[in-house]
Structure formats: structure tokens, C-alpha cells
Design a protein around this ligand. Sequence first.
Ligand code: GRF
Length: 187
Amino acid sequence: MVKKINACVFISGKGTNLATLVKSSRKNNFPLKIELVISNKKDAPGLKISKRNSIRFKYFSSKKMRIFEKKCLIELKKREIKFICLAGFMRILSKDFIKNFSHKIINIHPSLLPKYKGTNTHARVLRNKDRFSGCTVHYVTPKLDSGKIIIQKKVLIEKNENEDSLKKKILKVEHAIYPKSIIKIFK
Ligand code: GRF
């Protein structure tokens, strides 16, 4: 059994990636223990996943990012968090915050980075009539969606693909590569 490192998952929405990480973290050989979940949305459905799994969770408003980050840092320190996974967290963390966790924050993004950084990736991919899209797990740096890539996986775009079907298809792959990336990092 590996000695698990305390991790926190940051969310803003549904939390399907959070659910996958929680499931993986129950396995003996998974390097992380999800000790804390932080949401910047009070009613994020993902918070129910933490509740259901008896994982401590906190909501902090991100109206003022400086205050949000300050509150997060206090909580992260209190819970001895050494690693952060962003999973559908829709705010950009500051350079000063990231400095506290250098090479210890990762993110999942629903595109083949460096293509389609930012939001609305699926709509942009379809508009451009790309043949492939995919998802990427990468380190978080102060530059949006630009840190070193850990794992990236492609999916083929079907002729009749729409935003919803592409999103579903990519999410499925996200759920496979997010835990895999974490195992890869700690190998
Ligand atoms: C995922 O597509 C992730 O790549 C992106 O936001 C979405 C979050 O989905 N950053 P969920 O909240 O994990 O279901």
C-alpha cells in the first residue's frame, strides 16, 4: 500500500471528474487521499458527491479572488493538503497562489491543448470542422491552460457530432485519463 498524500479537488460544477477521482482514491495503489473539496459555487452539484462520500467540503465565494485564495490557503494548510486537482474549476488562480503549490496543481481541460484554451471548447472545435478533439491533463501555471502536459488523449469527431455528444464522448475519456495522470506523476 502506498503512503497517500492529502489532496484537495477544486470544482465549480457537476463534479463527474471529482467522482472519478474519489473512486480511484479508494484503491490502495492510488497516491492521493481526497481530504477536501473546495467549490466557488454554493450550489455546485459536485458538492453532493463530497457529502455522499463523507469528504470535507468548503464553499468560498470567488467574487474577490484574493479573498477566495486567502481562505483556501488557510483551509489547505489546516488539512495538510499537498496536492491540488482542478476539476471543472472555472476561475483562474493567481501567480501568488500557485507559488504555494509549485508543480503540485494539475487541471483537466476538454481539448487537445495547446489548441482551444479557455471556455466553449467543443463549440469552437465543431465550428472549425476539426476531425479530432480530446482532452488534456496538465500542470497549472499562471498562464491559462499552458502548463506542461501530463497525458493527452484524442477522440474522433463523427460526421453528425454535436456539442452535447462531443462533450459526453470527451468526458468519458477525461474520467479515464485523470486518475491515470496522477498515477503517472507519482510513479
Ligand atoms: C470537464 O469537461 C473539464 O475538462 C472541464 O470542465 C468539465 C467539468 O466537468 N474543465 P465535471 O464538473 O468534472 O463533470
